[in-house]
Structure formats: structure tokens, C-alpha cells
Unconditional design. Structure first.
Length: 170
């Protein structure tokens, strides 16, 4: 894989080659998806609301599958998983693993972050458009992108369906 004249970029990092960018991306994204599977799985295990519990089962399964697929592709490209979740993720894990917060509170916190799906997924769409040679990884990331859109839609739509109506502002 040859770099273009400006190099390849992912989340503010610049790489000389497509392959280097993809190894970094696959490891970084694998790490995030694995963490999401962990905290969503913990939440799903204690969720009291059946509609949330059932949806989390699906979303968590997708995240687990994504992490496994991303790691497998990383290894196929000669990479080794290295990313370690940042320490602040411990707070998210504790929050979503605790029954001290209601399912609606947790759902609202996630839904608020996901109101603009294309902005949330911009890092991935920008990486995909740069892939010129590794069509295998491009297809993998493109199909994962569609899964992510479905998961975001589930979070946002479920929040809208279950959230208490807002009181009129005076």
C-alpha cells in the first residue's frame, strides 16, 4: 500500500501508508468496541426494563462481534492488539454496571451523545473514504458502519419511546 501525497489520517494522527493507518485504526476501534461490549453487557445483565434489556442484548452482541472481527483483520495485516482503554473508561464501566442509576438515566446519557449519528461516526466514514487498496478492510468497516447506525438508531428511538414527556417551560 502506498501513501498519498498528504498521508493518511485517523483521529488526528497521520500515517505514511494506508496499511499503517489501518493497523492503528483496527486496534483503536477494536479497543473501543471491546469496551462497549463490556459495559453494555454489564448493563444488560442488571437492566430492569425488558425493552432495554432485549435491545442491549443485540447491541452488545454487535459490539462483541465487531471487536472480534477488527482484531482478526488487524492480525491478518500483521498487527498485534496494543490499545488499552484510557483510565476514564473505568468511570463509565462503574456507571453502567451499577443499579444505582436507572435504565432510563443510562439510556438518556447515551442517547444524548448520539443525537447526530453522522457526527458520531465521522471518524469512521473519514477513514473509509481514504481506503483505496485494501478493499477487504474497507468492506469490513463499511458493514460495521451500518451496524453502528442501527445501534445508534435503537438507542435514540428507544429513548424517545421511553423517556417521560418534558414539562412545558414557563
Amino acid at each position: 500500500m502506498e501513501g498519498n501525497e498528504n498521508g493518511y489520517t485517523y483521529k488526528g494522527h497521520t500515517f505514511a501508508s494506508e496499511r499503517d493507518m489501518l493497523r492503528y485504526l483496527l486496534d483503536d476501534y477494536r479497543c473501543a468496541e471491546g469496551f462497549a461490549a463490556q459495559y453494555l453487557g454489564n448493563w444488560q445483565a442488571i437492566a430492569a426494563e425488558p425493552r432495554i434489556r432485549g435491545g442491549l442484548r443485540t447491541v452488545c452482541g454487535r459490539e462483541q462481534m465487531h471487536a472480534a472481527l477488527l482484531e482478526a483483520r488487524l492480525r491478518e495485516l500483521g498487527g498485534t492488539p496494543q490499545c488499552v482503554p484510557p483510565p476514564e473508561r473505568v468511570l463509565d464501566l462503574a456507571y453502567y454496571s451499577s443499579s444505582a442509576h436507572s435504565d432510563l438515566e443510562k439510556l438518556g446519557k447515551i442517547a444524548a451523545r448520539l443525537q447526530d449519528p453522522e457526527k458520531v461516526l465521522h471518524f469512521l466514514t473519514q477513514a473509509i473514504v481514504q481506503i483505496a487498496q485494501d478493499r477487504d478492510t474497507c468492506a469490513l468497516l463499511s458493514t460495521i458502519l451500518e451496524d453502528e447506525r442501527a445501534s445508534i438508531s435503537w438507542f435514540v428511538e428507544t429513548w424517545k419511546a421511553l423517556a417521560p414527556p418534558m414539562a412545558p417551560q414557563s
